[in-house]
Design a protein around this ligand. Structure first.
Ligand SMILES: Cc1cc2nc3c(=O)[nH]c(=O)nc-3n(C[C@H](O)[C@H](O)[C@H](O)COP(=O)(O)OP(=O)(O)OC[C@H]3O[C@@H](n4cnc5c(N)ncnc54)[C@H](O)[C@@H]3O)c2cc1C
Length: 490
């Protein structure tokens, strides 16, 4: 019988902050070596996008949860800060590591960091083993018949669904022997020293109230969703007034739960909880949109910075006044559903998907602002700010993306409000000024009779704004802008 290796294994945690269905961790443990578990906050390697404020808040709590889970099984999370590749090399050499294990990432800058790390480690004869822990299918596994990547979602997801089902998720380890931290290795720092939490001011009260970052919180969300909401997902997922979606997105973003776990639990819920297959398929199809966004990110590295369709490079975006952009960001546009969405985002670090589409359309089409301005704001304020989903979705709304909504399809914020928040419950939750306005006017207070406004205590232009643009005219302006670009974008 061969004895287990005495040189340690090193697991480099990144966007996979969990212990269960964690193939990199399981493989490191299976090697029989003692294991070092590290996280590196890298804000220095070229091209990496700094995390936004809400993501930093989430990361702090997610790392705390991971450290607690590791301690519970006899191990430890070691935290470092700096350029990841040289730091990793330093730790691997001083600790005489046998092999490094990690979950693959798909952004261009992240891939460049990982390649540099792999080259250095391999040069020093240290093994590197990487795993898929973030997606159901690797982006290069799904191909068109011609061997190309997909630019349209439906055939992409059909092809993905025709593949063998994802393997069963791996269990979490119950014990983990931690390796010693070598005296001459780079200095570890505390979680607090990363300074990820907001201080002046501390705006995270609403986030603290809503979320429980970490693997246990993710599993709770999944169970609660499958038990109470999944059975009406297909019919209700577009309604911001009646919570009906899973709220799993920030947990997925930070890898606190894997898509394989979600896939398997959803299939199980069809049998065990009677979740109708129509709802289960719809839910998994949304996980499919996430897969598609990562497929695009991998094949189109500039997804966040450049139009997917180059013909949009000629589009005459306006540069909005600072005050216009602020009104949108702060939820003071005068359109209640837009304002409710932007305030929900600021308060809670999330926004319902339907309302994300409405608020994004308002910025890009009613204000004629470049989608990248909105993508940036969402990146800073969303807890689930995701390198694939965020730019792919913004480009989808703007019309410049893959399989995008055509630019000429412009959301009418009043009709959208009436359709998806028919009693104004969602608007009243976030726009307290309008609380007493009857349902009839809740999505268009400017159309309310003076008496209705007076009774509701609303003075337009004083305690709630007049609409900042006339939607009808803004729509015409957007269509005219489309027409001035000589190419046929529609
Ligand atoms: C302008 C805009 C920006 C967006 N930015 C992000 C972002 O930064 N991060 C992010 O995770 N999602 C983003 N989305 C997609 C979507 O709004 C969120 O994933 C969803 O609202 C999260 O809520 P949930 O977890 O309750 O979703 P559920 O409806 O429960 O769906 C389950 C999971 O499927 C995935 N998913 C659902 N809808 C989409 C979609 N349209 N595109 C890609 N994946 C999807 C998410 O991972 C989600 O957690 C954006 C959408 C728009 C229109």
């Amino acid at each position: 019988m061969s004895s287990p290796p005495s040189r340690p294994a090193l697991v480099w945690f990144r966007d996979d902050l969990r212990l269960s269905d964690q193939p990199a961790l399981s493989a490191a443990i299976a090697s029989g070596a003692p294991v070092l578990c590290i996280y590196v906050l890298d804000e220095e390697s070229p091209g990496l996008r700094p995390l936004g404020g809400a993501s930093r808040w989430w990361l702090h709590h997610s790392l705390a949860a991971l450290a607690t889970s590791l301690a519970r099984i006899g191990s430890r999370l070691d935290i470092l800060r700096g350029p990841a590749a040289p730091l990793l090399m330093d730790v691997a050499k001083t600790a005489q590591v046998e092999a490094v294990f990690w979950t693959r990432r798909y952004g261009a800058a992240e891939i460049a960091v990982d390649r540099a790390a792999k080259a250095e480690l391999s040069g020093a004869e240290i093994g590197v083993r990487s795993f898929n822990g973030q997606l159901l299918h690797e982006p290069w596994e799904i191909q068109t018949k011609g061997g190309d990547y997909y630019r349209v979602y439906s055939p992409f997801w059909r092809t993905a669904c025709a593949r063998p089902e994802p393997a069963s998720p791996l269990p979490a380890p119950s014990r983990l022997a931690a390796a010693e931290w070598p005296a001459d290795a780079p200095a570890r720092i505390t979680l607090e020293a990363l300074q990820l939490l907001p201080t002046t001011p501390d705006w995270a009260g609403g986030l603290n109230a809503l979320w429980r970052p970490g693997e246990a919180g993710a599993q709770e969300r999944l169970s609660a969703f499958l038990e109470t909401r999944a059975h009406r997902y297909a019919s209700m997922r577009d309604r911001p007034d009646e919570p009906s979606t899973s709220n799993l997105s920030p947990h997925l973003r930070f890898g606190e739960i894997s898509p394989r776990q979600i896939f398997q639990a959803t299939r199980h819920a069809e049998q065990a909880l009677g979740v109708p297959s129509r709802d289960a398929e719809k839910f998994l199809a949304e996980i499919g949109w996430r897969e598609f966004a990562y497929h695009l990110l991998y094949h189109v590295p500039h997804l966040q910075s450049r139009n997917f369709q180059p013909k949009f490079d000629a589009f005459p975006w306006r540069t909005p006044e600072a005050s216009e952009l602020r009104a949108w960001q702060q939820g003071r546009t005068g359109y209640p559903i837009v304002d409710a969405g932007m305030r929900e985002l600021w308060k809670t670090g999330t926004m319902h998907n339907r309302v994300r589409m409405i608020t994004a359309s308002f910025l890009v089409k009613d204000l004629l602002a470049d989608w990248r301005l909105g993508e940036d704001w969402f990146w800073d304020t969303l807890c689930d700010a995701d390198p694939a989903n965020n730019p792919a979705s913004w480009q989808w709304v703007a019309g410049s993306g893959a399989d995008a909504a055509p630019y000429f399809r412009i959301f009418n914020p009043v009709l959208q409000g009436k359709k998806f928040d028919p009693h104004g419950t969602y608007v009243r939750k976030y726009v307290s000024e309008l609380e007493k306005l009857p349902d009839t006017w809740i999505h268009e207070p400017w159309a309310a009779p003076d008496e209705a406004l007076r009774r509701a205590g609303i003075v337009l232009g004083k305690n709630y704004p007049h609409p900042m643009v006339d939607h009808g005219r803004a729509r015409d302006r957007a269509l005219a802008a489309l027409a001035t670009t000589k190419t046929d974008m529609a």
